[in-house]
Design a binder for this molecule. Structure first.
Ligand code: APR
Length: 313
């Protein structure tokens, strides 16, 4: 049985903890936030524990501001950070959240030197890079959650359009988490049938465009960033690792030359198991797909340069 820590007890962090607890495969969850939000973390933990007799799970959950309580975690999910506020540039967000993510990582590593880190804080690809560099961990043990969420949005839109269950739609998206994400329609299937046989190019393009805008659409609707699907996506990664399933997911991973990309974290298909990223699949991309991925990596690289200038890791 295992121990999982979730850093940040806000919308996404509390959801990750709640989804994980209700799946009943973890012994203990620690939900940690900053001192001024300690009671909030305790409240979220208590609420989830009081759900246990109703939903029949035995996972215990503790809210705290003390990193000592996280000692010996098998997996740590980092959701700490600020959402982007009006008037805030992307660089401003990078500097605020990179400060948070690097200090959180330092504390996490101190108490759980063998853990696997899953980053959820945005801008995702840069924050994953920041956590990797700060931790000094091997690349298989630090990754980011974006691809499962982005593909889930894409699959949900397709399910609505085609009038079929989302369970029957399989898909992969690559690249950075944002407007430059790279959809790969030729790898999308509906019950094993290539999606391109079931939908017009025009409709598929519209769905891809909506997927790229997926986070912003929810921001407009609910006034802050989403949490149910992001929380469930991070929990699914934890499950694949803790249960050593192993699952194939798009994950933000550190690349060392795969797809011609070096020293950046971007979304690629991986196998997730007990060692974290067990393997990165290298697909034979077509020329235009390669170009889209290259452009996406260049956008991530610009943000990583802004992070490097902060000299935090
Ligand atoms: N250590 C621990 N927790 C922190 C720290 C820190 N140094 N700094 C901030 N936090 C906490 C906040 O106190 C807050 O409770 O992180 C939490 C973030 O919660 P929300 O503001 O509700 O944000 P949320 O919607 O959960 O998003 C968190 O995930 O999807 C991304 O873009 C999103 O970067 C954002 C992150």
């Amino acid at each position: 049985m295992s121990k999982v820590t979730v850093i940040g007890a806000g919308n996404v962090g509390a959801t990750v903890a709640n989804v994980l607890a209700s799946k009943d495969f973890i012994k203990e969850i620690i939900l940690l936030d900053i001192p001024v939000k300690k009671e909030f973390a305790q409240g979220k933990a208590l609420d989830t524990w009081q759900q246990a007799p109703i939903d029949y799970y035995g996972t215990t959950i503790v809210g705290t501001d003390d990193y000592a309580a996280t000692a010996g975690s098998d997996v740590v999910v980092i959701t700490a950070g600020l959402p982007r506020k009006p008037g805030m540039s992307r660089d401003d967000l990078i500097s605020v959240n990179a400060g948070i993510v690097t200090s959180v990582t330092e504390n996490v590593v101190k108490y759980s030197p063998n853990t696997i880190i899953i980053v959820v804080s945005n801008p995702l690809d840069v924050m994953t890079y920041a956590a990797l560099k700060k931790s000094g961990f091997p690349a298989n043990r630090v990754m980011g959650m974006a691809g499962i969420l982005d593909t889930a949005r894409y699959r949900a839109f397709l399910a609505t359009e085609l009038g079929v269950s989302p369970k029957d739609i399989q898909a992969i998206l690559m690249g950075g988490h944002g407007d430059t994400m790279v959809p790969l329609p030729r790898y999308t299937t509906v019950g094993g049938i290539p999606v391109t046989e079931l939908i017009s190019e025009e409709k598929l393009d519209a769905i891809i465009a909506r997927t790229k805008d997926g986070g912003a659409e929810l921001g407009r609707l609910i006034g802050t960033s989403a949490w149910y699907a992001p929380g469930a996506a991070a929990a699914q990664m934890v499950e694949a690792i803790v249960k050593d399933e192993p699952r194939v997911f798009p994950v933000c991973a550190y690349l060392t030359g795969q797809y011609g990309i070096k020293d950046l974290c971007v979304g690629v298909p991986v196998v997730l198991g007990k060692n974290g990223i067990e393997k990165i699949f290298e697909l034979k991309l077509k020329k235009e797909e390669k170009e889209l991925l290259k452009a996406s990596a260049a956008a991530v690289s610009n943000m990583v340069e802004a992070f490097k200038n902060l000299k935090l890791a």
